[in-house]
Design a protein around this ligand. Structure first.
Ligand SMILES: C[S@@+](CC[C@H](N)C(=O)[O-])C[C@H]1O[C@@H](n2cnc3c(N)ncnc32)[C@H](O)[C@@H]1O
Length: 221
């Protein structure tokens, strides 16, 4: 057995040049690790969701969560977070008095993590995390909805929300605004910004827009 000290071993490794084969091995190893992480941790649950609707997990920043809560001030009743990740918005909403506070999340690892965080915070059984596809959730009774999703998905989600939510519902979007909706209040700056939308006002805007389009096409013809 060699008597080399750890310092000597490290020094020797540092002095050895990494050849093409070494670089290829490192690249293959890194690629495999990234794939394993994607397939094993980030991808589960998304098999049935079309690629263009898949949104990666990025947790809301502390400031973003605070901005979302500020926009919800004065609201009551239940709250749902569509794509709830590790459950931070749902947990915060519960602590602000929203009952029930429910998160819908496809990734089973994130659902478990959210339940663990709720348990650790002493709110086990008071918040609810469901492993469900947000596109299949019935939103007809939801009064407060939060989302932090990709812009490409938000344009489609607008239609579902406008079709299903009650008139007195409020939708709060974090990080990215809905592309065609007009916010009633905006809170925060940069990546932490959040937008609040009154569903009743969106419906009115849509009616006005459709009337305008109809008038324009009538005038042109
Ligand atoms: C950008 S993260 C936001 C997480 C959390 N709402 C937050 O603010 O910290 C979007 C989350 O939506 C989830 N998601 C994406 N598409 C979904 C779908 N169709 N049904 C349920 N969850 C979905 C992703 O797994 C991811 O955790």
């Amino acid at each position: 057995m060699d008597d080399d000290t750890p310092d000597e071993v490290i020094a020797e490794l540092k002095s050895r040049p990494i050849g093409g084969w070494g670089v290829a091995q490192i690249a293959a190893g890194t690629g495999l690790a990234v794939y394993a992480m994607w397939a094993g941790i980030l991808q589960p649950g998304f098999q049935k969701v079309p690629l263009k609707l898949q949104v990666p997990y990025i947790p809301a920043s502390r400031a973003q969560v605070q901005n979302v809560m500020t926009l919800l001030r004065g609201r009551q009743g239940g709250l749902v977070d569509l794509g709830s990740g590790d459950g931070r918005i749902v947990l915060e909403a519960h602590q602000h008095g929203f009952i029930p506070a429910v998160g819908y999340e496809l990734n089973p690892w994130l659902v478990r993590l959210a339940r663990f965080y709720a348990w650790r915070a002493g709110h086990h059984g008071k918040v609810s995390y469901r492993r469900e596809d947000l596109w299949k959730v019935d939103l007809t009774k939801c009064k407060n909805v939060t989302v932090f999703l990709a812009p490409s998905v938000l344009s489609l989600l607008q239609e579902k929300l406008e079709a299903e939510l009650p008139d007195d519902a409020l939708v709060v979007a974090g990080r990215f605004p809905f592309p065609d909706w007009k916010p009633c209040i905006i809170e925060g700056h940069g990546v932490d910004r959040a937008w609040a939308y009154s569903v009743q006002e969106q419906r009115q805007h849509t009616v006005n827009k459709n009337n305008l389009t109809a008038t324009e096409s009538f005038t042109v013809n």
